[in-house]
Design a protein around this ligand. Structure first.
Ligand code: 5AD
Ligand code: SF4
Ligand code: FES
Length: 353
């Protein structure tokens, strides 16, 4: 044990200067006991400060449709879940929500939905060019898998960024959890997005049933291999409307370690303190911000729809209006001695923009 702790210190010392960690080293960090993991968080915090500074970028999250044709086993809005009401914001509601986000001081929005067949690439392109012509917002889309040509239409309409998590690096586990998706297609989408000039974000959930330390380490190495601009990591939270209702779910400590190691590996990528982290623990987002994260994505979806967009249970901010969340999160960020960025928060990888 003593010996392992020495190794953890040595790995952290090395990681201050270089993101080249081996799979064995990552597993060692993942397995170090909770009471000794502060050194990993402190190292990630130091790398975060050096690489991306003290600014925290805010992205206003607009959940514009909870229709989904897919049936990911863990997800509360999977198509086969008949116990939720479905909604779709109109183009006008979407535009007004984006304008509202900008007036609250956001420089960037994330437009997220299930894989809703109504929102074809053409309609999404129209949505994005409309928002672009009325605001100066940077726009991230997170609406699932499309073909090369479809992603191209959306990019040409003005989308800056795209989020598509690979969810797990294990092909076997991926196939088990995604009855209507293919792991290789998922990775192909990420390559297409990069080729088309999007700033690309991906990521995974921590604690999916069947996940091993090896898989978790491979998830982190896959983030690095993909050379992502943004990496989103959050705990898996079992949803009672799914077959995984009785599963264990991800823990805070493992999720924080995954965020911290992602910072060590990815250096200057944007890494959010995810809403799932805040839903697992009241201080989850703050803890992530002190363990490598530099982005928060507060919800700006109109209140009446929020209840219906619950991928997982106990989601925070369900009854808080966007102005309240904006103030709340600013207070939390400043309380940590950090500042809220007033810029678009584009990728820091120089070849991307
Ligand atoms: N718990 C935590 N995260 C979830 N997501 C979907 N369902 C859950 C859940 N039950 C995540 C997935 C998806 C993102 C939008 O939300 O990683 O990519
Ligand atoms: Fe649909 Fe995304 Fe949920 Fe899968 S994770 S069911 S694609 S909303
Ligand atoms: Fe929504 Fe704090 S961010 S209430």
């Amino acid at each position: 044990m003593e010996n392992n702790m020495k190794k953890v210190y040595a790995i952290c010392e090395k990681a201050l200067h270089s993101g080249n960690l081996s799979k064995e080293e990552i597993i060692l960090l993942l397995q170090c006991p909770e009471e000794q993991s502060d050194i990993i968080f402190q190292t990630a915090d130091a790398v975060r400060k050096k690489e991306v500074g003290d600014q925290v970028h805010l992205r206003g999250l607009i959940e514009f449709s909870n229709y989904c044709k897919k049936n990911c086993e863990y997800c509360g809005i999977r198509g086969k879940n008949k116990s939720i009401d479905r909604y779709r914001l109109s183009q006008e509601e979407i535009l007004q929500t984006a304008i509202r986000a900008e007036s609250l001081g956001y420089r960037s929005v994330v437009m997220q939905s299930g894989e809703d067949p109504f929102f074809t690439a053409e309609i999404l392109a129209d949505m994005i060019s409309t928002i672009k012509s009325h605001t100066d917002l940077a726009i991230t889309l997170s609406a699932g898998e499309f073909s090369y040509d479809e992603y191209k239409i959306i990019k040409e309409a003005g989308a800056d960024r795209y989020l598509l998590r690979f969810e797990t690096s294990s092909e076997e586990l991926y196939q088990k959890l995604h009855p209507d998706s293919d792991f290789h297609q998922r990775i192909k989408c990420l390559h297409i997005l990069e080729e088309l000039g999007y700033q690309v974000g991906s990521g995974f959930m921590v604690g999916l049933p069947g996940e091993t330390p090896e898989i978790l380490a491979d998830n982190l190495l896959l983030l690095q291999k993909l050379d992502l601009d943004m990496a989103g990591i959050g705990p898996f939270l079992p949803n009672s409307d799914t077959n995984l209702a009785g599963a264990q779910g991800g823990t805070l400590i493992n999720s924080l370690k995954a965020v911290a190691i992602a910072r060590l590996l990815l250096r200057n990528a944007h890494i959010p303190a995810t809403t799932a982290m805040g839903s697992l623990d009241p201080k989850g987002r703050e803890k992530a911000l002190q363990a490598g994260a530099n982005v928060v994505m507060p919800n700006v979806t109109p209140e009446e729809f929020r209840e219906m967009y619950q991928l997982y249970p106990n989601k925070i901010c369900l009854r808080d209006d966007p102005a309240h969340c904006r103030k709340c999160i600013t207070g939390k960020i400043q309380g940590l001695g950090r500042t809220v960025s007033t810029e678009h928060g584009h990728s820091l990888k120089i070849d991307r923009i």
